[in-house]
Design a protein. Structure first.
Length: 481
């Protein structure tokens, strides 16, 4: 594509008219991936500064460079832009001819429940006959095919590539706060934006809950004029979001007040929570196949959105019965005569609270809990997670999750301090995750429930004693021995 055409909607003509005829064959922000004729956008990142790799990009064949710094003339044209991240997203959108415009776009944000709500909504829409792409943390789905997901919200290059390839009528995407703050969805306008909840997480990145909230709120500024915000107002931040948006966009709310569009009237909590809801003048009984009141909230948001899209109530209730769950979210591993094991991705205080409480509601005799913390990630949530586990479970094992840049000795030292300050005598530190699971397995009896939280079905990144690849495989090994 000629540079002039590519930039016509993005920059003032004076910035590029001398180079209008340059042919741009692709776009990259990673010099290692640049090919002949590509545009390279230099981004100042968290670890590195892309401006350092400009020469590298030129050597690989870049035909034009964009960046934020004033630079001495280069071998190829250099165009300075205000904000490289925003520009990369807009440039990629233009390169793929604004592919979001071909689809109905649904963005889901919030601390917990994005993946579950997105899977439920995809299921609802597909059962109603719509084709549906999904971009999220478990996997991406495009034109009915699965692809590996590297980030919850893909980079703008990957995102626009997938939007361009997708022939799906609807595209559902999980939008993380990192994705929003790094402008990965810049230039994309949404038909629906959903807000699940906001609780303690990512305060290593956002510094305060207010800052975290304001980042999430940015997504709702990208609603189309005809778009709708679907908000869980039971959550205090959801309520705040509603007040912030009131009068500026269409809003639908799920909550426990008469003024809510979908009102939670009652919830009967046993293993499969049944919820009685009022939708306008209609009474709806939701019974998600996934246990827990939190999954009623997820199902309610998906239901409200699908109804607004036009799917009939009876179709939705019928398809909810066939929902087969989400990989690694309250995933049962059951075997005769053994304890029940639940593998769950929960890695926030609120998530483990909901998970363990659901175990109690399901009639677990004793609750065993195996969990750890990601190295280099929000350390302020750790004490609360231990306090919740110590209060609800009968026995808990603190172990390792992905260590990232932290070394094992340092993590174990931290676990010891955290346990001494926040735990109780029910807790024990077993740093090898597979051995922690084994210990829980050996102590628990039939009728007890073992919760292994934090990783879902993610692959282990550390080397452990049992040579398994994830929590599920570890449990299966123990069952079969
Ligand atoms: C801290 C963080 O979020 N980093 C994200 C960010 O990377 P960055 O821009 O800071 O990259 P950097 O390594 O500093 O490099 C700067 C620039 O130099 C370029 N470079 C680098 C080396 C080189 O040789 N040549 C070169 O050109 C890089 O391509 C980049 O453009 O932008 C990248 C592209 O969009 C992301 O892939 C990357 O996500 C990393 C991998 C990550 O793990 N992020 C996590 C925290 C994240 O985003 N998580 C959320 C979900 C959170 C949740 O809900 O749990 C998500 O949406 O996935
Ligand atoms: N509505 C909810 N409220 C509180 N906790 C929830 C809710 N939904 C799910 N959870 C818990 O959070 C965990 C992660 O759920 P899910 O993957 O759906 O959320 P997510 O927002 O995609 O998370 P992440 O951003 O970490 O990928 C679940 O395994 C469960 O323990």
């Amino acid at each position: 594509m000629k540079l002039a055409l590519l930039l016509s909607e993005l920059l003032d003509r004076s910035k590029y008219e001398l180079h209008s005829d340059i042919d741009v064959r692709g776009i990259e922000d990673n010099s290692l991936k640049v090919k002949e004729g590509y545009a390279f956008v230099a981004i100042k990142g968290y670890k590195m500064d892309g401006h350092q790799f400009i020469e590298d990009a030129i050597e690989k064949g870049a035909s034009v460079i964009f960046g934020e710094r004033d630079l001495t003339p280069l071998k190829v044209p250099y165009i300075r832009v205000e904000n490289s991240r925003k520009f990369l997203a807009k440039l990629t959108g233009a390169f793929y001819e604004f592919p979001y415009r071909k689809h109905k776009i649904i963005g889901i944000t919030g601390t917990n429940g994005k993946t579950t709500t997105s899977f439920m909504l995809k299921h609802f829409l597909e059962k109603a006959g719509y084709s549906c792409a999904l971009f999220g943390s478990v996997q991406n789905y495009v034109n009915g095919h699965k692809r590996t997901a590297l980030n919850t919200t893909p980079s703008p290059i990957h995102l626009n590539q997938m939007l361009a390839e997708s022939k799906d009528e609807y595209v559902i995407m999980e939008v993380s706060s990192h994705g929003i703050s790094q402008d990965r969805v810049e230039g994309i306008y949404f038909d629906y934006c959903l807000f699940t909840n906001l609780t303690h997480d990512h305060l290593d990145y956002h510094k305060s809950m207010e800052d975290y909230f304001l980042t999430k709120a940015v997504l709702f500024k990208q609603l189309k004029k005809s778009g709708t915000a679907v908000i869980n107002t039971q959550d205090e931040w959801g309520d705040k979001l509603k007040s912030m948006l009131d009068g500026s966009v269409n809003i639908l709310t799920f909550g426990d007040l008469k003024t809510d569009d979908l009102q939670l009237v009652d919830a009967f909590t046993d293993c499969r929570t049944t919820a009685l809801l009022r939708h306008g003048d209609d009474i709806v009984t939701l019974m998600p196949t996934l246990p827990g009141e939190h999954n009623v909230y997820n199902a309610a948001l998906a239901y409200l959105t699908a109804r607004k899209i036009g799917v009939r109530k009876d179709k939705l209730l019928q398809s909810l019965k066939n929902f087969s769950g989400v990989p690694g979210r309250f995933e049962f591993v059951e075997s005769k005569g053994n304890p029940t094991v639940i593998i769950d991705y929960g890695h926030t205080p609120d998530a483990i609270f909901h998970c363990l409480t659901t175990g109690k509601d399901c009639g677990a005799r004793k609750i065993f809990h195996v969990f750890g913390f990601r190295g280099d990630r929000d350390q302020t949530k750790r004490p609360e997670m231990i306090r919740i586990s110590a209060e609800i479970s009968d026995r808990y094992f603190l172990t390792t999750d992905n260590l990232n840049e932290t070394n094992l000795e340092k993590m174990v030292q931290e676990l010891n301090i955290l346990q001494a300050e926040n735990g109780n005598q029910k807790g024990e530190i077993v740093s090898d995750r597979t051995l922690a699971i084994k210990k829980a397995w050996n102590e628990a009896k039939e009728g007890d429930w073992i919760f292994i939280t934090g990783k879902g079905l993610e692959k282990y990144e550390e080397l452990y004693t049992l040579k398994t690849e994830n929590d599920r495989q570890t449990v299966e090994l123990l069952i079969n021995n």
